[in-house]
Design a protein. Sequence first.
Length: 538
Amino acid sequence: MQQPKRSSVRALLSPWFAIGLALALAACGGQSLPGGGGNSLLRRGLSGEPASLDPAAASDNFSTQVMQDLYEGLTSESASGAPVPGAASAWTVDATGREYRFQLREDARWSNGSPVRARDFVSAWQRVIDPKNGSPVADNLRLIEGAAAIIAGKADPGSLAVYAPDDRTLIVKLTQPAPYFPEVLTHSSTFPIYSAISAGSHSPETWVSNGPYVLKRWRPGTTIELAKNPQYWDRAHVQIAAIQYQIASDETAQLSRYRAGELDLTNSVPPNAFAALKGANSSELVIAPFLATAYYGINLKFGPTADNIKLRRALAMSIDRHRLVAALGAGQTPAYGFLPPGIWNYSQQFLPWKDLPDQERIDEAKRLFSEAGIPGARPLRLRLLFNSNVVIKQTAILIAAMWKEVLGIDTALIDEENRVFLISRHDRMRWDVARLGWVADFNDASNFLDIFREHSTNNDAGYSNAAFEALLDAAADTADPAKRRSLLEQAERLMIGDYPIIPLYHFVSKRLVKPYVSGVDPSPLDGVPSKALSITPH
């Protein structure tokens, strides 16, 4: 998913509505509400405003963090990253590896008490891949027979190979064997919608979800409030009665609220505090690797970078990544390829100059820039677009300084609020370079590489290479793990060698957790569902 990760249906889950009465939130959270026991409130930090709480419309990780509490897919993600039963109690796959059969739970219920039915998944997935809706997560379902033709507008959404022979059975036919498919189904793009609701009749009064929590109020820029879903099949194991997400894009503000006792769990730590907290061996600091990469997309359609690979290479080589991550000081690791470490059945691929001494790297960047033949007056001026965030802005300032120092380039920094940025990044007339990030939807190399397919809604740079697509297609057609791995590794080497992007760094997750909060065990995808947490009275 795009890490801050749009359609006509976004308004259906507008932050301006509230379902039911507002929660009576206690002034001092992290404690029990009246009644004691499980009647508790957890206050969580959220580093940006969700674009949407519609599974078909959201691709940013702020949205998916909240949706993992509101919805449940066929499978769920365990702390180790393995798929475990969710709305489906069990599943089987045939000998070809291409047909999955899921058995839904008898006690799976929507928040209005209606049973969760197999056709709820059918209609939800058809809605995601319908090109009329412009879903940014449609590619997540490309594995299913018929999806590619539907996404391309060449077939009707009803032709998707997903069938509900009865209310509790869902059959899915894939285009090729995909042992990671149950992991795909943990992503929010595959969550069901209530079948009685259509795009035309959706309203606050009829909106329902099937997860451990229900939405009670969304105050834009301030809080998102959830309450325990009394209809959820596993409600006995949901220990916390109310969740309050506090929206704070400023990581320092989250830390201040945490220290003041206003937050029980942050979802990040400001870089200027990370070293001190880590050095003090803080028992409240939780650090974990996860599958995510920060990168700059380079405009391949318009402007000076479009048809100039020497300029793109020079921009990439002039960045000192070790100096960058040292300045950010938040545990990131330098990236010389797109895919992070830890990808299943995959070896990291790197740009060929990864191990060049700094001076040789800089000299080569200068040589390439001088040969790039930039027309017009000097210095070259680039527009760098990014979403509002302290670390992201600091990164932009540091890289702009490196470009100026090594290449003499001037950089105009365009800092936009996240919701505006999510729209602007698709308008290539507005930027030359855009700060992007990819957080894995599931643990497989294809999830990273498929976003650079020509027609991917996440291909912001506008990358197009038939040889790259052919390698991905060949990998998709083979059931041989070793052959598939080799093809995907070739595809990454080809892509990064074309420089549609500049890899910057790979992430680690880091958060502060109060001692009375238990169960915080981030998955490789940085999942920390509220359902897994509990609060000890204090």
